[in-house]
Design a protein around this ligand. Structure first.
Ligand code: CDP
Length: 220
């Protein structure tokens, strides 16, 4: 088996099943779970609260440089706390969803996120989900997955959850930004999970993890 700590990178567009599968895999393997989208959402929420316009890249960058945020791991879930507060519900509003791709396109924000996301290895083995984990944050990990499903399938999942979200616009912004766009790492395993249950998708991912880790050189 490969030496620890190991990182499992799960990327993909909105409503591709990243969160559900990442949580199932983290629980099955006893890894810490990191939702990087929640980190970007937290900064978008903080900018909104501070009255910082999301389209003012310089103001967003300055806010990110100085904001009172730190990471903590609680019950295996890594959280970004702002002044010690975890804004769990507040970051899921339609208003925050609409702003977050603008915040996430600011290069200094991506640098801040990258250093804090890489720092998560202090919590041990990780399952980290996002848009650029396999391409930019941990390109060295051999355990990379890219989840996808047709746009209509993903939109229907959000509607079934009763969440108001313009997925098509958000995906387009995420794919087209110049810095760390949503992209498939060349060595990622691509899984189209339309019509699959989360159990089926996570079983597939777990079996690929076992296969890949068995091929890695051992620590000794
Ligand atoms: O709601 P959904 O699961 O689709 O998205 P999320 O994972 O909560 O991420 C919200 C937004 O954060 C995305 O639309 C991206 O703009 C941004 N994001 C990013 O740029 N890079 C990441 N690694 C994760 C999220």
């Amino acid at each position: 088996m490969a030496p620890d700590p190991y990182i499992i990178a799960i990327d993909g567009p909105s409503a591709s099943g990243k969160s559900t599968n990442a949580r199932l895999i983290a629980r099955a393997l006893g890894c810490a779970y990191v939702d990087t989208g929640a980190m970007y959402r937290t900064l978008a929420w903080y900018c909104l609260r501070q009255g910082v316009p999301a389209d003012d890249a310089a103001a967003v960058a300055a806010t990110c440089r100085d904001w009172p945020a730190r990471l903590a791991c609680v019950d295996g879930h890594v959280r970004l706390l702002v002044e010690g507060y975890f804004p769990e519900k507040e970051i899921r509003t339609a208003e925050v969803s609409a702003l977050v791709p603008r915040i996430a396109a600011v290069p200094q924000v991506r640098d801040w996120m990258k250093s804090h996301q890489r720092d998560c290895t202090r919590f041990g083995n990780l399952v980290m989900e996002g848009r650029d984990i396999g391409t930019v944050i941990f390109p060295e990990t051999p355990l990379k997955f890219y989840l996808d499903a047709a746009a209509e399938v993903r939109q229907a999942r959000r509607e079934a959850d009763g969440v108001q979200d313009n997925l098509a616009e958000r995906d387009q912004r995420d794919r087209q930004r110049p810095v760390a766009p949503l992209a498939i790492a060349p060595d990622a395993i691509l899984i189209n999970n339309a019509g699959q249950t989360p159990q089926q998708t996570s079983e597939r991912i777990l079996s690929e993890i076992r296969r890949i880790r068995a091929l890695q050189p051992s620590a000794s």
